[in-house]
Design a protein around this ligand. Structure first.
Ligand SMILES: NC(=O)c1ccc[n+]([C@@H]2O[C@H](COP(=O)([O-])OP(=O)(O)OC[C@H]3O[C@@H](n4cnc5c(N)ncnc54)[C@H](O)[C@@H]3O)[C@@H](O)[C@H]2O)c1
Length: 255
C-alpha cells in the first residue's frame, strides 16, 4: 500500500481525472474525501470506493466558494480523522474560440475555478499542515500552460498560473516540509474534451484518433495515466520531489 492511512481531499472527484485519482488512491490505502460541485457524482465515486471495501466520504462543494471550502477542510479532518494530501483537480474551460469572443463571465469562471480555488484551499489547509509539520499539495495543471494552442488563451493562462503558483508555493513552503507539485496532462477523452475541440458534437472517435496521432506516443491521455502520476507524487516515494510540473503527454511538449 503506497499511501496507507493517508487522508486525502480530491476535488473534481466525480468525473475524469479526479475520479481515477480517488479510486487509485483508495486502492492504495488512502482515506478519500471525494469532493465535487456535482453532489451525485461525488457520492457515486465514494460509494464505489466503499463497495470495494475501502474508505471514502463524499462532499458537495463549489471550489470557488470560500465558506464551502472552509467547511470542506474542516469536515474532512473531523470525518476522516486528518488531512495529509490536498489535490486541487477541479477545473473548467471556455470552449475553444477567438480570445476576444470569450465573455467576461466565462473568463472569471475559468480563473476562479482553476486558480482562485487553489488560493482558497491553501488558506484552509496550511494551518493544519503547519500544526502537523507536514503536508502534500497536488494541483492539476495542463500542457495548455506549457505549450499554448490558439483558441484556448484564457484557459492556457489559467494553467500557466497553476504551474507558476505550484513552483512558488513549493519554494516558500519547503522549509515547513510541505511539498507542492502539479501534473500537466495533454488532452484526454473526459467531458471537457468537447470544449477543447470547440464543439462538443465534434468529439468523435475519428477526431480523437487524429488528435492522438499528433502525439509522439500515439494516443490521448487516459485518466489512469494521470492517477498513476498523482499516486507517485503524493506518496512518500516522492518525499524529495517538490515544485515539479510533470508532463503526462506522451511526449507532446517536446514535439
Ligand atoms: N480533459 C483534458 O483534456 C484535460 C487536459 C489537461 C488538464 N485537464 C484538467 O484536468 C482537471 C480535471 O478535468 P477532467 O478532464 O477530469 O474533466 P471532467 O469534466 O471530467 O471533471 C471535472 C470535474 O470538476 C468538477 N467541477 C467543475 N467545476 C467545479 C467547481 N467549481 N467546484 C467543484 N467541482 C467542480 C466537475 O463537476 C467535474 O466532476 C481540470 O483541472 C482540467 O482543467 C484536463
Amino acid at each position: 500500500m503506497r499511501v496507507e492511512g493517508k487522508c486525502v481531499i480530491v476535488t473534481g472527484a466525480g468525473s475524469g481525472f479526479g475520479r481515477a485519482m480517488a479510486l487509485t488512491l483508495a486502492a492504495e490505502g488512502a482515506k478519500v474525501f471525494a469532493v465535487d460541485r456535482d453532489e451525485g457524482t461525488a457520492a457515486q465515486v465514494a460509494t464505489e470506493i466503499c463497495n470495494n471495501g475501502q474508505k471514502a466520504v463524499s462532499f458537495s462543494c463549489d471550489v470557488t466558494d470560500a465558506s464551502r471550502v472552509k467547511q470542506m477542510v474542516a469536515n474532512c479532518i473531523s470525518e476522516l480523522g486528518g488531512l495529509d494530501i490536498m489535490i486541487n483537480n477541479a477545473g473548467y474551460t471556455h470552449a475553444s474560440q477567438p480570445m476576444d469572443q470569450v465573455s467576461e463571465d466565462e473568463y472569471d469562471r475559468v480563473m476562479n475555478v482553476n486558480v482562485k480555488s487553489i488560493y482558497l484551499s491553501t488558506l484552509e489547509v496550511l494551518p493544519h499542515f503547519r500544526k502537523q509539520g507536514s503536508g502534500v499539495i497536488l494541483n492539476t495543471a495542463s500542457t495548455a500552460g506549457l505549450r499554448p494552442r490558439p483558441g484556448m488563451s484564457w484557459y492556457n493562462a489559467s494553467k500557466g498560473a497553476v504551474i507558476t503558483l505550484t513552483k512558488s508555493m513549493a519554494v516558500e513552503l519547503a522549509p515547513e516540509q510541505i511539498r507542492v507539485n502539479c501534473v500537466c496532462p495533454v488532452a484526454a477523452n473526459t467531458p471537457m474534451l468537447g470544449d477543447f475541440i470547440g464543439d462538443r458534437s465534434k468529439n468523435t472517435e475519428e477526431v480523437r484518433k487524429a488528435m492522438g496521432a499528433d502525439i509522439p506516443l500515439g494516443r490521448l491521455t487516459e485518466a489512469q495515466d494521470v492517477a498513476n502520476a498523482a499516486l507517485y507524487l503524493v506518496s512518500p516515494e516522492a518525499e524529495f520531489i517538490t515544485g515539479v510540473a510533470l508532463e503526462i503527454d506522451g511526449g507532446r511538449c517536446i514535439s
